[in-house]
Design a protein around this ligand. Sequence first.
Ligand SMILES: Nc1ncnc2c1ncn2[C@@H]1O[C@H](COP(=O)(O)OP(=O)(O)OP(=O)(O)O)[C@@H](O)[C@H]1O
Length: 253
Amino acid sequence: MTNHKMTARDVSVYYGQKRAIDNVSIDVDMDNVTAFIGPSGCGKSTFLRTLNRMNDTVASARVEGKIELDGHDIYSPDMDVVQLRARVGMVFQKPNPFPKSIYENVAYGPRIHGLAGAKSDLDQIVEKSLRRAGLWDEVKDRLTDSGTALSGGQQQRLCIARAIAVDPEVILMDEPCSALDPIATAKIEELIHELRGRYAIVIVTHNMQQAARVSQRTAFFHLGTLVEYGDTSAIFTNPREERTKDYITGRYG
Ligand SMILES: Nc1ncnc2c1ncn2[C@@H]1O[C@H](COP(=O)(O)OP(=O)(O)OP(=O)(O)O)[C@@H](O)[C@H]1O
């Protein structure tokens, strides 16, 4: 039996009266990178954001259905949302480091979550996180420089280090490379390979080649519904649904 890290069952999301996600069920596993693909406006980001309750920040948004993390309902009243967002971290489309030093960007989360007692513990967490994010060698001699002074690709890896620093179990990435050049994109993709297995990773991408390169499972969304979900190789070589085939062959999107 597969041990699902997260399960979503019959999830619908509304913005006011408008339904953006219609009855989606999906499992997220530890060992796989899961890609969400589909044409613009199909609801990929909306669904991704239900997985760590980022939709709570949108006043008109309402979520129906059930989403569990390790078998616990993340929408239950006893769920601590701050804790949830540490366990299910997020990396956004546009790198968004705090206007603080590189060190502080990574140290902030562990400090507010009480993960480090002494300064030396915090130093260790910062180094480990930056190493895992593939950024340590580039920044180790300038940890006090501002995070915002880094290149776009470095900033995105800093944001990944920031997510890693609070010891997450799941990392959600919402088009993490869309603001990056091909070299910086390749570095993030490499990093996703390295992080696979340690964290359950879910990535929203417009780029089908990217989905094929980085993921083992792919979910294709269309008009708020989950059309097809399966092994990435099967989705790209032998899709079951006509709509999936049309999308991956570039007929629309
Ligand atoms: N805050 C919001 N208020 C109202 N409607 C919204 C809001 N955010 C998204 N929507 C609508 O929900 C639908 C799904 O949007 P969403 O951003 O999730 O799609 P997407 O597949 O991620 O698109 P893209 O690839 O363009 O980012 C769209 O019709 C969008 O206009």
